[in-house]
Design a protein around this ligand. Structure first.
Ligand code: NAI
Length: 778
């Protein structure tokens, strides 16, 4: 092409990035890779090929990790962990900083290698993936430095197994390894089988940084290797990938006491209001769905446009799509690169094939091979699978809305909840709907913004746990000290036939009303001397369902101001202490101990503590390196089902209830199995306080059965258990269904009376962070 031609057509010529250095690095390594274990590369085992999706060219051979390989890597990580943690935060910070510097020094090599292996445009690898990976190590070097200050009383989990996907191979590695190392963990990371090369180059960087042996281990291989890592002797699993595999991992780790974070898929809405700056919204959309060819977990793949501008917006969008350049990802003037693998390309094509709507494909040429054109599908019915399912390719589906509330309804009409984007020049509209969106991240007048200081992660079937920010860090720590196992306490026995002076058959408390148990059965409860204390109702599945429905319905509680919630909790505390002697006597009778008075005092403290926290746990603003603020806001988890401890029937129950209520959750609480009559006392308190009907529902009955029903229920957002450790596995396994959050004792107990039983841990578990990004400053 001559200069004259260029002036005539105004077309870009190709601007290819040289691949020589990256290919030379592969050749220098022999183009056959083993794992990186205990500071050295192992000899290659049985291998598979990794190819460049843009050309089909074989780049290298990668070893398929076996369970033995995984075990060796975990053993190396285990051996290195104690010393690494004892090095202290500032000591570890120096290594993280060294890694960040080396990533910077070799950034071009990393960017080219990533593009070769994954097919993403070099512009993206160079300007986004690699700089963000560096930023992660710098940020977390700082976190290590300040650990004593930021995470007092917390220690590392130990060895973390980390599994990452193919869409951001280096960046996801950085998201996982940097915080883990900062907090004193050692890691075994498994890259995705299609994109292992930058992880192996990273291993080389660890060597150059002089990182102690065994602190970072990389084991390559496919899903079987991943499953072996999940099953291995690790203390935590951090996974990013598909919801389907996330569910398998949840089930596989059930009851093992392994900490778990899951960052899964999404169908993230991109909402454009009539008053939006349309050209900006179009450019944002290009970034939302054609960044990395739409192979992004938080891709803005569901376009919602307000009706009045829909036609104009679609016309602009089609015109912009026609200008997108698809082609050789190493070409710096390319907008959309190759799809990661022919298999993924075929998956995308098959999904689009099913479309019953109007399909528009960008007009530009599509190269031969593993490429898929930018595609817009409109006129689909809301129930169409394409409106619900993650396509994970450059395919946008679009529909229209009339009112803000309809936009919210359409946006929330998927099983996911990862990210959402809002475009409007009216900040009132944008900030009004941001809290109503079921999503872990909300971007206002911008999209796909990420930073190490800002937590990222989803709600619902997009997974749980956060990466980035203080929340991401905490997920790589646990409280210091050994916890004792929680015990179930067997109820006292007696003669049920003993005559009762008055009928003291307690009721369940559902939706603000006392309710007879559906099954009509009750259990006789005795004191230590075998005297009958009363009859406790036995709740069944139907009662659980009614209680969950009542809790769902009490959504107003979440909307009450934090000040109001605090007032209600203070009032409850007052009412509780007004009845202290009577309650203490009742507790002593049920438990056969003399701990009643102390329990009542503790429960009162917990209520006052929670009331104090209610308006002080709203979240934080995070400093991100751009003209904007990332607000990490604490939102209630939703409906929490909790099984309360036998050890302290009143204080244990109130320790769970008060902080969860303070944060605006609604509860289905199952009282102590040994001393269930406490629910009756609490019912009276709740009835005379201002807690709205349905915000707290109290059930009694066998924990084993009720735990299962709660864990199975699709409308329950979290299940906590402080009952016997034996039901933890069942709860976690069943929770895999809708990926609800679980907090089970895993054989470790809260110290109910001490600091551990205090509100902070409960406040964390009772909230999920929503990160709202807003423009701020010129
Ligand atoms: P995947 O979830 O199967 O793979 C992610 C990682 O998990 C890979 O390292 C894989 O080897 C590993 N893995 C697979 N099975 C495993 C198991 N049973 N136990 C432990 N680890 C296991 O994702 P895949 O098949 O590559 O992509 C399928 C779909 O998943 C995509 O079309 C997309 O919809 C979604 N996906 C979502 C991602 C996200 O970031 N949310 C990332 C990658 C894929």
């Amino acid at each position: 092409m001559t200069v004259k031609d260029i002036f005539e057509t105004m077309e870009y010529g190709p601007a290819p990035e040289a691949a020589g250095d990256a290919l030379a690095w592969i050749t220098d390594q022999g183009a056959r890779f083993g794992h990186f274990v205990d500071g050295a590369f192992t000899a290659p085992g049985a291998t598979f090929e990794t190819t460049s999706p843009a050309t089909g060219e074989v780049l290298a051979e990668i070893t398929q990790g076996t369970a033995e390989d995984v075990a060796r890597a975990v053993a190396a990580a285990r051996a290195a962990q104690g010393k690494w943690e004892k090095l202290g935060g500032p000591g570890r910070a120096r290594y993280l900083y060294a890694i960040a510097r080396l990533l910077q020094k070799h950034s071009r090599l990393f960017a080219v290698l990533e593009t070769l292996d994954n097919g993403k445009p070099i512009r993206e690898a160079r300007d986004i993936d690699v700089p963000l990976a560096q930023r992660h190590f710098y940020y977390h070097a700082g976190c290590a430095q300040l650990m004593d200050d930021h995470a007092p009383g917390r220690v590392a989990h130990g060895v973390c197994g980390q599994i990452v996907p193919w869409n951001f191979p280096l960046l996801m590695l950085a998201w996982k390894i940097a915080p883990a190392l900062a907090m004193g963990n050692t890691v075994v990371l498994k890259p995705a089988e299609w994109t292992s090369l930058t992880a192996l180059l990273f291993a080389d960087i660890c060597r150059q940084a002089g990182l102690p042996k065994g602190v970072v281990n990389i084991v390559t291989g496919d899903g079987e290797t991943g499953a072996a890592l999940v099953a291995a002797d690790v203390d935590k699993i951090a996974f990013t990938g598909s919801t389907e595999v996330g569910r398998k991992i949840r089930a596989a780790t059930a009851g093992q006491g392994k900490a778990l974070t899951l960052e899964l898929g999404g169908k993230s809405p991109y909402i454009v209001f009539e008053d939006a700056d349309l050209d900006s919204a179009i450019e944002g959309l290009v970034d939302a769905i054609w960044f990395n060819g739409g192979q992004v977990c938080c891709a803005g793949s569901l376009l919602l446009v307000q009706e009045g501008i829909a036609e104009r917006f679609h016309a602009k969008l089609r015109a912009r799509m026609d200008k997108l350049r698809l082609g050789d990802p190493l070409d710096k003037s390319i907008d959309v690169g190759a799809i990661v693998h022919p298999e993924q390309c075929a998956r995308i094509a098959a999904l689009v094939e099913q479309a019953d709507g109007t399909v528009y494909r960008a007009a530009g040429p599509v190269p031969e091979g593993c490429f898929y054109p930018p595609t817009l599908i409109s006129d689909l019915s809301p129930a169409s699978p394409l409106m619900q399912e993650e396509i994970f390719g450059p395919v946008l589906v679009s529909t229209t809305f009339r009112t803000p509330s309809e936009a919210v309804q359409l946006a929330n009409n998927t099983r996911y909840g990862l990210a959402a984007t809002i475009w409007s020049e009216n900040i009132n509209v944008a900030l009004d709907i941001a809290p109503k969106l079921a999503s872990g991240v909300v971007w206002v007048n911008g999209t796909n913004m990420f930073d190490a200081a800002a937590p990222f992660g989803g709600v619902r079937e997009s997974g749980f746990g956060r990466e980035g920010g203080a929340e991401g860090l905490m997920a790589y720590t646990r409280p210091a000290g050994k916890a004792k196992a929680l015990k179930r306490i067997a109820p006292f026995t007696g003669d049920a036939a003993e005559p009762q002076p008055v009928d003291r058959t307690a009721k369940l408390y559902i939706g603000g009303k006392q309710a007879r148990p559906d099954g009509g059965y009750a259990q006789a409860i005795f004191d230590a001397k075998g005297r009958l204390l009363g009859q406790a109702p036995i709740a069944n599945r139907k009662d659980v369902r009614n209680a969950v429905e009542a809790a769902r319905g009490a959504s107003g509680w979440a909307g009450a101001t934090a000040h109001n919630r605090a007032q209600v909790l203070y009032y409850l505390g007052e009412n509780l202490s007004a009845r202290d002697a009577e309650l203490a006597a009742r507790i002593d009778a049920m438990t056969g101990r003399k701990g009643g008075a102390a329990e009542v005092a503790l429960a009162t403290t917990r209520l006052f503590e929670a009331a104090a926290w209610a308006d002080k746990f709203a979240g934080e603003v995070r400093a991100v390196p751009m003209r904007g603020l990332a607000m990490a806001l604490r939102e209630p988890v939703g409906v929490i089902g909790a099984l309360c401890t036998d050890e302290m029937p009143l204080a244990g129950l109130v320790s769970v209830m008060a902080p969860a209520l303070a944060m605006g959750n609604r509860l289905v609480l199952v009282a102590s199995e040994a001393a269930p009559l406490i629910a009756q006392e609490l019912t009276q308190l709740l009835e005379t306080s201002d807690v709205p009907g349905g915000a707290v529902n109290l059930l009694t009955g066998p924990h084993d059965d009720l735990a299962k029903t709660l864990a199975d229920h699709a409308d329950v957002d979290a299940v906590w258990s402080f009952s016997g450790a034996d039901i933890s596995a069942e709860i976690e396994r069943r929770a895999a269904g809708n990926l609800k959050r679980t907090w089970v004792n895993d054989g470790k107990a809260r110290d109910w009376a001490g600091a551990e039983g205090a509100a902070r841990a409960f406040l964390d578990a009772a909230t999920e962070v929503k990160t709202v990004w807003v423009p701020y400053g010129a």
